[in-house]
Design a protein around this ligand. Sequence first.
Ligand code: ADP
Length: 500
Amino acid sequence: MATISTTQIDPRVLSFLEKPRKMLINGKWVDAVSGKTFPTYDPSTGEVLAQVAEGDRADIDLAVKSARKAFDEGPWRKMTPSERGRLIWKLADLIEQHLEEFAFLESLDNGKPLTVARAADVPLAADLFRYMAGWATKIEGNTIPLSVPYTPGAKYLSYTLREPVGVVGQIIPWNFPLLMAAWKLGPALATGCTVVLKPAEQTPLSALRLGELIVEAGFPEGVVNIVPGYGETAGAALAAHADVDKIAFTGSTEVGRLIVHAAAGNLKRVSLELGGKSPNVIFKDADMDVAIPGAASGIFFNHGQCCCAGSRLYIEKEVFDKVVEGVAASAKKIRVGSGLDPKTQMGPLVSEEQLNRVCGYLESGFSQGAKAAAGGHKKGDKGYFVEPTVLVDTTEDMKVVQEEIFGPVVVAMPFSSADEIVPRANDNVYGLAAGIWTRDISKAHRMAESFQAGTVWINCYNIFDAALPFGGYKQSGWGREMGHEVLNNYTQTKAVCARI
Ligand code: ADP
């Protein structure tokens, strides 16, 4: 590990980073079959943080075999729902006991402020597992009265069983590495599936630490396998694997399409949580003391690296200047720096690739006539920092308005009425989230109904809870994460019909 100031880092984290990290297959920590490792970087310096075993097709094969055996033969299927729930709860306790370590790992590997990882990522992950632990004992079928017309006089007892889908492949992104692992693993474990998890190559560390706690909690071997590696190799092999029953993916819409194609071979079930370009609509009757900071955090939280970021800010024309001024002032005040600095409010973007992508969008916006009311540039020459940016003078046809930037860049545009804004807000291939800011409750709920979005926030933004389903309309995805709805992704229904 290079020049990170070691004084302030939790010593348990330092020792975790020292040795190349292995992958978890069948309850054992093993090297890649190829013996290869890949580096993960500290995005605030661009320097190598740790080496990680590089999984590929052969490792995915071993992991799927192990998950298959654990599903078909292992003690997992014979455990009672209550025993499964207790293990999941124990994992949540362990995460909380190791909160500091996880917060450091997330901050170092992803770049996010340590303070945010401590307050949000890690507690939300623990909470998600607890919520799902409760569901393990509540996955029920129904009894169904029949009226079969062609067997007059016959009586039947009919009911449904909700059974786990089997071996699940889970591919997750780098923006909330631990939390995305929790969103995926929690419901799979609650329903009794077994898993092969592939973390993002940019941020594999917290998932690997989580794997250690999964072993410590006492999950039977093979129930959770964790194979770090690149998307085009390990990820593609998992998505295409003939012995995987279901693939759950969070990431870009572009890769989502590849997953759908890869899944076609054995017609495995697919759930997708994909991109967004979410409209955030501020009416002139909104409480500006809440709406302006809300709009700023709606885009700048997690450096804009949120699929649901409020990246299209629509402002009623009478208050346009005031809101833009307020959001731009917030942007300029944000302290950008290393995630480990307690004063930092925004860290670096996750990778050089991401920095180049965001800067490319900024150039494209400027070349098409956009102006920056705040920010607009890369920041510094070390690490992957970019200024929190507010773009004005944008039009609907610009790339910066239509496409997901996945960085701290918001486009602000005026509108003149509720009737006008609904079609404009919905005029996008994505449909993940939307925000509305108004004091008029009827208008708020009417608008909520008209948005083509899986989540609508009213007078708030980026509010997540393990109980609240999350997912996309249109090209933002298939299926829902969290809430009881996610259990549908991991169960299948068997109808049983008995003549009595
Ligand atoms: P981003 O563009 O934001 O990095 P991606 O959609 O590329 O997001 O990545 C999200 C996850 O998908 C990561 O774990 C990545 O390794 C994986 N991935 C990327 N390409 C593929 C692919 N062709 N098949 C399967 N998984 C992939």
